[in-house]
Design a protein around this ligand. Structure first.
Ligand SMILES: Cc1ncc(COP(=O)(O)O)c(C=O)c1O
Length: 386
């Protein structure tokens, strides 16, 4: 696991209590007021719809934010990697679900150790599987003992990523899990990442119709064989309203809703589910001005661009190019370009990999113009890729 700084550097710690204007650039900044509105909105929505909420922690990689989500009602966090689970558990998150496959026996030893550790603390670890080999390796790593880990069987529901290909393929895996006393058959993992970013509501609805049909079929087949998939878990910030009202999903895994990024902002709004505000920004400064463009001091080492270039918050400017340490902006109206030295706020194209570029997030309250720095949020699982 990557070594993580124990304490915030003095330069960042000194910001607390000072105005937003004192934040040097580039810096990853969280508008805590907006974030908390997002957090509460999703918690209220899940509660009102009678579904559990297990937000994806791969987005913020922060125990402090995960614990805030749990205080508002989330049952735990999802993570994608063993080391992410280790980092968040070490920082105090008691219930974690590795919603992803782990195959290497050495890594499964770590999974087994973490499962026992969390159980001893009154928490719980869960993991996804999509192969008999994965189940056998997991059971070997856990050894003797009963009911040590929750196991979800992943079904491919249209993304063509992980997961067994057909609903009928779920049954042999459910039977294999049931043979191992250390494993508890927890349910079905059914997440379609591609559906989240389909731009129109009609496209997302059509994709989810297919997801829900495949989930129903898997549940029917497993139940007909005398077993049960107690919980169906899935959903992201683009479609969670459809899973929540499906009658088959019992748990939502949305993650991005907490921060929202420029890619999600390109989706057509679905009025059937709550809307969220942008809460994650890269503060940046204009460091060079030309006749038709300006260049700011945050490039793609500060904000991820694999899902598109950032937007510029509240300005008639668009990003037209990006290098390691530079982003080029051009005007989208006849308004004058920003002047040399002025500061701007970028809304990253994709929040998850943006957060992973930073050790700390700077939390502000009172807005991006007149607000103050109130806390520093450590990215506990930064760089946890194994
Ligand atoms: C398995 C799984 N569940 C949930 C999510 C959360 O999706 P989002 O951040 O788009 O809400 C992701 C994101 O990629 C994921 O891979």
């Amino acid at each position: 696991m990557k070594p993580i700084p124990e304490a915030a550097p003095q330069r960042l710690a000194a910001l607390i209590g000072h105005s937003v204007a004192t934040i040097d650039t580039p810096a990853l900044v969280v508008d805590l007021d907006a974030m908390e509105r997002n957090l509460q909105k999703m918690a209220d929505y899940a509660k009102a719809h009678g579904v559990k909420l297990r937000p994806h922690g791969k987005m913020h990689k922060s125990a402090a934010l995960g614990l805030r989500q749990m205080q508002a009602g989330a049952v735990g966090l999802c993570v994608q990697k063993t080391s992410e689970a280790e980092a968040l558990a070490a920082a105090g998150v008691p219930n974690l679900y590795i919603s992803n496959e782990v195959i290497a026996p050495a890594k499964l030893q770590r999974v087994a150790a973490l499962a026992r550790q969390l159980q001893a603390r009154g928490g719980r670890l869960a993991i996804a599987v999509d192969s008999l080999m994965g189940i056998e390796h997991l059971a070997e790593a856990l050894g003797s003992g009963t009911d040590l880990i929750d196991v979800f069987i992943e079904l491919d529901v249209g993304q063509q990523r992980c997961g067994v290909a057909e609903p009928a393929d779920v049954l042999p895996l459910a039977q294999a899990i049931a043979r191992h006393p250390a494993l508890r058959l927890a349910g079905l993992q059914a997440y379609n990442g591609r559906a989240q970013h389909l731009r129109t509501v009609a496209e997302r609805r059509a994709a989810l119709d297919e997801v829900i049909a495949r989930v129903r079929e898997a549940c029917r087949i497993v139940e007909a064989a005398g077993l049960r998939l107690p919980l169906v878990s899935g959903a992201g910030s683009g479609t969670f309203g459809l899973e929540a009202s499906s009658g088959v999903f019992g748990e939502l895994q949305a993650g991005s809703y907490l921060f929202m990024d420029a890619d999600y902002a390109r989706n057509e709004v679905d009025t059937a589910q709550p809307q969220f505000e942008h809460a994650l920004f890269v503060k940046t400064q204009v460091m060079s001005v030309s006749q038709n463009h300006v260049v700011v001091d945050a490039g793609h080492k500060s904000h991820a661009i694999e899902s598109g270039l950032p937007r510029v918050h509240g300005e008639a400017l668009e990003a037209t190019g990006c290098n390691d340490e530079h982003t080029t902006l051009r005007a989208t109206s006849s308004a004058p370009l920003p002047t040399l030295g002025s500061t701007l706020w970028l809304i990253p194209g994709h929040c998850d990999p943006t957060v992973n570029l930073h050790d700390w997030m700077i939390g502000v309250r009172g807005g991006l113009q007149a607000g103050h720095v109130t806390e520093l949020i450590r990215v506990d699982a930064r760089g946890c890729l194994d």
